[in-house]
Design a binder for this molecule. Structure first.
Ligand SMILES: Cc1ncc(COP(=O)(O)O)c(C=O)c1O
Length: 401
């Protein structure tokens, strides 16, 4: 028997299992209410329309749909993305866009072209677990920057940059989710967005601006993206169709300076050659028929009702000492318990009460924030939100002393 452990690469040793993916095993437990995943509501998928468009493109151009596409992406889809982004204030050329296998590949490829072992990278506290895992696999050294209700605290970021400069360390990039962050639901204020862009230019680092939730806005005004504000090569915008259309399609896109996009494209050639032409063809046609914007409108309407109900249930049921964020978009909110409660051990009791969440430590680069938890409101039904928050409140009350 060969010694596999000896043969694995150092990258595999650095790769962690996702706490959230592990929790999915409870998803089909009878009677269990899951606030754990980041799943869109399955009822909202435009299944019939996508099915009809699939038949249409396969009937009209099977030789294109069943052939390889360019690694950078299927051109008609890029053209539709250009129109979509123009409506939201960004002007792009096809060379500024790379179509990716979901948003996750849009995070993973840039980490591989910029980060070497032990390079300092800045992440928000808390941060998206999939990005932490991608960055960890490159051997990045995490520098956590705290957040408040206005997002990442830019003064703290500048302090850290100055500290690294004083010890001669070269930081590479910052990863941020500026709109309705996963996991906290918090958005970065306009003032801090401007400051972030200014810092990236002044101190020469790359911003990975991850935007899978940007178009799921329930209240308030749309804020300009860092990509738009910066107007330079420092920012890469990462987008996904997962939450605005369907995660099963596995499609996303990266926009940025054409030289960086070209580097990402070369790396993608060795990862998966190209995304599925058929799926890109279906989404391009869906967008060409102007269906995406109205679908996003329907999704936003439904999720706003769910978000408002979850906030109402929390304020009616949670005991004193428990606080939570009040997001104006996205899929999640973040609950903070008294310091002495460990949300990971509490999860076992919650599962006995038929409700799940993701413990906060999963979103911290050093597994801290043990008294916090993330809950999702897009996947459960309204009835499940009512029942699930009541059960969660009961579990928390038993922990409080
Ligand atoms: C912040 C963030 N980025 C990226 C992703 C990746 O999503 P996908 O690969 O399905 O587009 C997710 C998924 O939950 C996310 O929350």
């Amino acid at each position: 028997m060969i010694d596999l452990v000896k043969n694995y690469s150092s990258m595999v040793r650095r790769t962690k299992v996702s706490a959230i993916r592990e929790l999915l095993k409870y998803k089909d437990m009878p009677g269990l209410i899951s606030f754990a995943g980041g799943f869109p509501s399955s009822d909202l998928f435009p299944s019939e329309q996508l099915k009809e468009i699939g038949i249409k493109v396969m009937t009209e151009m099977p030789e294109v749909m069943l052939q390889y596409a360019g690694t950078g992406g299927y051109m008609p889809l890029k053209e539709e993305i250009i129109k979509f982004m123009a409506r939201h204030g960004s002007n792009l050329e096809p060379e500024n866009i790379l179509i990716t296998t979901g948003g996750q590949q849009g995070i993973d490829l840039p980490t591989k072209i910029f980060v070497d072992i032990n390079d300092p990278v800045f992440v928000e506290i808390p941060s998206y677990v999939g990005a932490l895992n991608s960055l960890a696999s490159t051997g990045a050294k995490f520098i956590g920057i705290p957040m408040d209700e206005n997002g990442i605290i830019t003064d703290k970021l500048e302090e850290e940059i100055k500290r690294l400069i004083s010890i001669g360390e070269h930081y590479k990039l910052l990863y941020t989710v500026p709109d309705y962050q996963n996991p906290s639901g918090v958005s970065i204020s306009l003032e801090r967005r401007k400051k972030l862009v200014e810092l990236a230019k002044k101190y020469n680092f790359i911003i990975l601006e991850d935007c899978p939730y940007t178009y799921l806005r329930y209240d308030g005004e749309e804020k300009p993206s860092l990509f738009k504000l910066s107007n330079s090569e420092n920012v890469l915008g990462l987008y996904s169709f997962s939450k605005i259309l369907s995660p099963g399609l596995r499609l996303g896109w990266v926009c940025g300076h054409k030289d960086i996009i070209r580097k990402l494209e070369i790396l993608k050639q060795s990862v998966d050659v190209c995304c599925s032409t058929l799926i890109q063809g279906v989404v391009a046609e869906y967008m060409k028929m102007n269906l995406l914007e109205s679908h996003i409108g329907d999704v936003v309407k439904e999720y706003k009702v769910k978000k408002d109900l979850m906030l109402k249930m929390l304020s009616e049921n949670m005991p004193e000492g428990v606080t939570w964020t009040k997001p104006s978009g996205g899929l999640f909110l973040w609950v903070t318990l008294p310091e002495y409660i460990d949300s990971e051990s509490m999860l076992k009791k919650a599962i006995e009460h038929k409700v799940t969440f993701v413990p906060g430590y999963a979103f911290h680069h050093n597994s801290e924030m043990r008294n916090c938890l993330r809950i999702n409101f897009s996947y459960p039904t309204l009835e499940q939100i009512e029942k699930g928050v009541k059960s969660l409140a009961e579990v928390i009350k038993c922990e409080i002393h």
